[in-house]
Write a protein that binds this ligand. Structure first.
Ligand SMILES: *Cc1c(COP(=O)(O)O)cnc(C)c1O
Length: 498
């Protein structure tokens, strides 16, 4: 641990000086902002050489130590080993890079128990949160709330199930998740879990959760019972920090196999929704990892593409339901952290943007901020049809199957290369197993509806292997079949926690 501990400030500028443990235990800052490190730690000289021979869990420990310096080294070693090194991930190395002929790289982040990248953070978040509560001397029980566009919910349920002194409640948009995603959640086991569908889309579910967080009366009643609310969404720094590790790890892998020279700059192309994944890439870049561009890929809900291109964030637009539901988001929470970083840690400016967003659904950043963002970020969007063609194309050429989210990124990268001629090695961040989205993937391959068992149909059509956690869904009892109206979320929380 350094002499000067790394402290965390709120993006709204009214709170600061929190330790990492306080930031993780708290989730959201008291002024409504998100916690950000006062200064991004720099990778020490020789860090890549040191990490290159390491296993994933050791690399993750290395990176986490830099950001969570009030956690002991031995402690983080244990958490990372338990999360990534004990057979919960079905690949050797929890986040392997797949190289295809012709120089395409895919960072596969879906080998965990729920088959999407959310496991990378949510397998370790319960340990970090439990430890954070101990460090801050908070004796209360936790109720973890999550709004999900499909993948966070299941990963949170799996991560927190039967963790002591913890309850976990997940809300998902009734018509906004795939059949497999829904089944994964409704069949969830564990004594401390609650799952409910919400009438509306993801933004409605997320807004409902934010309202619950700011409900003073609920907070009082929970406090009286020794319970406090925390979040499993990527607004929690404890979710962001573990994600930084896989960017560093991917770079190490590319150096190890000779795909990039030491110090050579690479790009990452990231299928983006709430801006949490790509923001972790930004912090990796701030640490000094040689990243040239972070390419932000959107589906038809291309509010981020528009923002990066014009400096205007405008959520007053039509919301589309797409084949990449985890990116069907119009309010990307983590963009707030980027605004803070890019406006010179100016909490007042961020506050202004967020107030305008709440009031008018829109804000415009200054030219200077826009240029700074353009220095690190590229962007692009594509339709479902484009993404479907990308799935077919890459499968036909390489026998490699990708999911619709990853396909959006792959297609956006193809166009970016065409447009700019940028030939730098670029890693596509692969965020879900194609077996989570059997219907869309079968459609893309021209295989029709697939009949009753879509997993079998996809297996038969492609000769690929289905992940065990998904084949195990067959015949499982659905425990949670309840749908609540938007206004009924609070009551559901009260009922479960009070
Ligand atoms: C959550 C998710 C995304 C979007 O990630 P953000 O961190 O919200 O930008 C993309 N793809 C999949 C499969 C996801 O589950």
């Amino acid at each position: 641990m350094g002499v000067d501990a790394l402290l965390y400030n709120s993006t709204r500028g009214r709170e600061g000086g929190y330790t990492a443990a306080m930031a993780i235990a708290g989730g959201l800052a008291g002024d409504g902002g998100l916690f950000v490190p006062e200064e991004a730690p720099l990778l020490p000289e020789g860090a890549i050489d040191a990490m290159a021979p390491m296993r994933y869990e050791e690399r993750a420990e290395y990176v986490l130590r830099e950001f969570l310096d009030d956690f002991g080294g031995g402690e983080l070693a244990r958490y990372t080993r338990e999360a990534y090194g004990t057979g919960k991930f079905d690949a050797d190395g929890a986040a392997p890079v797949r190289s295809l002929a012709g120089g395409d790289y895919f960072l596969e982040l879906w080998h965990g128990p729920t088959c999407a990248f959310k496991d990378m953070a949510l397998q370790i978040l319960p340990s970090l949160m439990t430890a954070a509560l101990q460090k801050t001397g908070d004796g209360r029980d936790v109720c973890v709330l999550a709004a999900t566009s499909g993948d966070t919910g299941k990963a949170a349920l799996e991560g927190f199930r039967d963790v002591g002194r913890t309850k976990v409640i997940v809300f998902y948009p009734r018509d906004g998740v795939s059949d497999i995603q829904r089944l994964q959640m409704t069949t969830q086991e564990g004594e401390n879990v609650l799952v409910a569908a919400v009438e509306g889309n993801f933004d409605d579910a997320q807004a409902g959760v934010k309202n619950i967080f700011s409900d003073a009366r609920l907070r009082e009643r929970l406090t009286a019972r020794g319970v406090f609310l925390s979040s499993a969404n990527s607004i929690n720094w404890g979710r962001l920090a573990p994600q930084i590790a896989y960017y560093v790890s991917a770079y190490c892998d590319l150096v190890n196999n000779g795909s990039v020279g030491r110090g050579e700059h690479i790009n990452f192309c990231v299928p983006t929704g709430n801006f949490g994944n790509i923001l972790a890439g930004f912090y990796a870049k701030k640490m000094g990892l040689p990243i040239a561009k972070l390419i932000c890929a959107s589906n038809r809900n291309d509010v981020l593409t528009q923002f990066i291109n014009t400096g205007v964030y405008d959520r007053n637009r039509e919301f589309y339901t797409t084949t990449s539901p985890s990116m069907d988001i119009l309010v990307s929470s983590n963009l707030e952290r980027l605004l803070y970083e890019m406006s010179g840690s100016d909490g007042t400016a961020v506050n202004g943007y967020m107030e305008a967003l709440a009031r008018e659904g829109r804000y415009a950043v200054s030219g200077a901020v826009r240029e700074l963002i353009a220095g690190s970020f590229e962007c692009g969007s594509c339709t479902d049809a484009d993404a479907g063609r990308a799935i077919a194309d890459i499968f036909n050429r390489h026998g490699y199957l990708i999911d619709p989210h990853t396909a959006v990124a792959y297609e956006v990268l193809r166009r970016y290369r065409e447009r700019t001629g940028d030939g730098a090695p670029t890693v596509v961040v692969s965020t879900a197993s194609p077996y989570k989205f059997c219907g869309s993937v079968l459609d893309a391959l021209g295989c029709g509806a697939g009949g009753a068992d879509m997993i079998d149909a996809l297996r038969a059509a492609t000769g690929t292997v289905a992940p065990a956690p998904l084949t195990a869904l067959r015949g499982k009892r659905e425990r949670f079949t309840r749908t609540v109206p938007r206004g009924g979320m609070l009551a559901a929380v009260e009922e479960f926690c009070l």
